[in-house]
Ligand binder design. Structure first.
Ligand code: ADP
Ligand code: MG
Length: 389
C-alpha cells in the first residue's frame, strides 16, 4: 500500500479532519553474528526496505485508537494513556503501548492521545523483526509528535528493547531495534552490543544479491529455547569468571576459550559458549573480509555460522537445514545461513545475480516436495533506518 492509500484508509476509519503525519521503520536481516547480542558480542545487521508504516493524528483527549491493516479483523482497538499496562486482549497494540509506557517511565509524559493506523509488509514472526520495527516506529512517532528532542535514535532503540523485554515479556537483545532505528541504505551496522559502539560498513556485493528465504515454519520451541540458551550462556560465563577476568563471552578469543573451556562443567553449556565466542570472532572477521572486498570469504564465514548454530547452539530445525543445505550446494551461492532467533523463520543467502532465478525456482521446488508447503523468497535491498515520510 502506498502512503496515499494508507492516508485514505486512515481518513475513512477515523474521519477526514485534521493534519496527519506518516512514518516508516524497517525490519532487518542479520548477516552474521547470531545469538551474540546478549552475549556481549558483535552483530552485523542491516535494515531492509520492507518495514512498518504508521499514519498518525493528534487527539485532544487521552484516548488512543489503534488500527492495523494487517489485523483488519480486530478493527479499531481503543485504550487510553491512563491504561498503559500489558493486556492480552489488547493483542498487537501491546507493542506500541509498551513503547509509550517506556517513554513515561523515563519521565517523558505523553500529553495527549493519538489515532494511529499501522501497516507492515514484513512477514510477522519470521525473524525479520516486525515487532522491533513496530516499536521503533512508535518511538519515532512519539519523539516527533511531542518534540522529545533529547531522545536520540539510539535511545529509541533502547526504549524499544525495554518495552519488548519488560512490557511484552520477550527477553531480546538490542540488535533488532538498533538496526531498525539506525539503519543506513546500502550499509550494514557492525555493532558491539557490549558498548553500543558501532560502525557502518558498505555492503558492496558487486555481482551478487541478498536473498532471504522464508521457511514459513515457526516451531513452538522458540521462546522457551531462547530463554534456555540465554541461561546456559549466563551459567557458562559465571563458570569461566571463576578462573578468568572477563565481563562477557564476547571478551574471549577462540584460543582463550579453548584454554579455559574446562571450567564449564557441562558439555552442552560448553557448546553454547563455544558458539557465542566463535560466532563473535566470525562476525569480526566477516566484516574485515567485506572491507577487503572478499565476498567469497564473507560467504564462507556465513556457512560456518550456520554450522555452529546447527550443531553447537542447536537453534536450527529440519526445514531450515533443508534450505541451507540446498543453497550451500548450489553454484553461484557464496554463503547461506539461518538468520534470526531460530527454530524456523528465514535463511539469508548471498547469491550471484545470474543465479538468483535458478535459486528461487530450484530451491522453491525441492523445498515444497520435501516439506509440503511453499517457501517464500525476497531479493532484498538495504534501506535506511526509521524516518518520517
Ligand atoms: P518478528 O519480530 O520476528 O516478526 P514477533 O513474534 O516478535 O516476530 O512479532 C510479531 C508480532 O508483532 C505480531 O504478532 C504483532 O503482534 C506485532 N506486529 C508486527 N507487525 C505488525 C503490524 N503491521 N500490525 C500489527 N502488529 C504487528
Ligand atoms: Mg520480534
Amino acid at each position: 500500500m502506498t502512503k496515499e492509500q494508507l492516508i485514505a484508509k486512515f481518513k475513512e476509519l477515523y474521519g477526514a479532519d485534521g493534519e496527519v503525519r506518516a512514518y516508516f521503520a524497517p525490519g532487518r536481516v542479520n548477516l552474521i553474528g547470531e545469538h551474540t547480542d546478549y552475549n556481549g558480542g558483535h552483530v552485523f545487521p542491516c535494515a531492509l526496505t520492507l518495514g512498518t508504516y504508521g499514519i498518525v493524528r493528534n487527539r485532544e483527549d487521552r484516548k488512543l485508537r489503534f488500527y492495523s491493516a494487517n489485523f483488519e479483523k480486530l478493527g479499531v482497538i481503543e485504550t487510553s494513556l491512563d491504561e498503559l499496562v500489558p493486556d492480552e486482549k489488547a493483542n498487537w497494540t501491546n507493542y506500541p503501548k509498551g513503547v509509550m509506557w517506556a517513554f513515561e517511565k523515563r519521565g517523558y509524559k505523553l500529553p495527549h492521545g493519538l489515532d494511529i493506523l499501522i501497516y507492515g509488509n514484513i512477514p510477522n514472526g519470521s525473524g525479520l523483526s516486525s515487532s522491533a520495527s513496530l516499536e521503533v516506529l512508535t518511538g519515532l512517532i512519539l519523539k516527533d509528535t511531542f518534540g522529545f528532542d533529547g531522545v536520540s535514535m539510539i535511545d529509541i532503540a533502547l526504549i524499544g528493547q525495554d518495552s519488548e523485554n519488560n512490557f511484552n515479556g520477550c527477553n531480546c537483545g538490542i540488535m533488532d531495534q538498533f538496526a531498525s532505528a539506525m539503519g543506513k541504505k546500502d550499509h550494514a551496522i557492525f555493532l558491539d552490543t557490549n558498548t553500543l559502539n558501532y560502525e557502518y560498513a558498505p555492503v558492496v556485493l558487486e555481482d551478487a544479491k541478498i536473498v532471504i528465504t522464508n521457511s514459513k515454519v515457526k516451531h513452538s520451541l522458540v521462546d522457551s529455547a531462547y530463554n534456555d540458551r540465554r541461561q546456559e550462556c549466563e551459567t557458562a560465563l559465571k563458570e569461566l569468571q571463576e578462573v578468568m577476568d572477563i565481563k562477557t563471552l564476547g571478551d574471549l578469543t577462540e584460543e582463550e576459550y579453548e584454554a579455559y573451556k574446562d571450567a564449564i562443567k557441562d558439555p552442552i553449556r560448553q557448546k553454547r559458549a563455544k558458539h557465542a565466542v566463535y560466532e563473535n570472532q566470525r562476525a569480526i572477521r566477516a566484516v574485515a573480509a567485506l572491507k577487503d572486498n572478499d565476498v567469497e570469504l564473507f560467504g564462507k564465514l556465513m556457512n560456518a555460522s550456520h554450522e555452529s548454530l546447527r550443531y553447537d547452539y542447536e537453534v536450527s530445525c529440519e526445514e531450515i537445514d533443508i534450505l541451507v543445505d540446498l543453497a550451500q550446494a548450489m553454484p553461484g551461492v557464496l554463503g547461506s545461513r539461518i538468520t534470526g532467533g531460530g527454530f524456523g523463520g528465514c535463511t539469508v543467502s548471498i547469491v550471484k545475480n545470474d543465479a538468483v532465478d535458478h535459486f528461487v525456482d530450484e530451491i522453491g521446488k525441492i523445498y515444497e516436495e520435501k516439506v509440503g508447503h511453499k517457501a517464500e523468497f525476497y531479493v532484498v535491498d538495504i534501506g535506511d533506518g526509521a524516518k518520517t515520510l
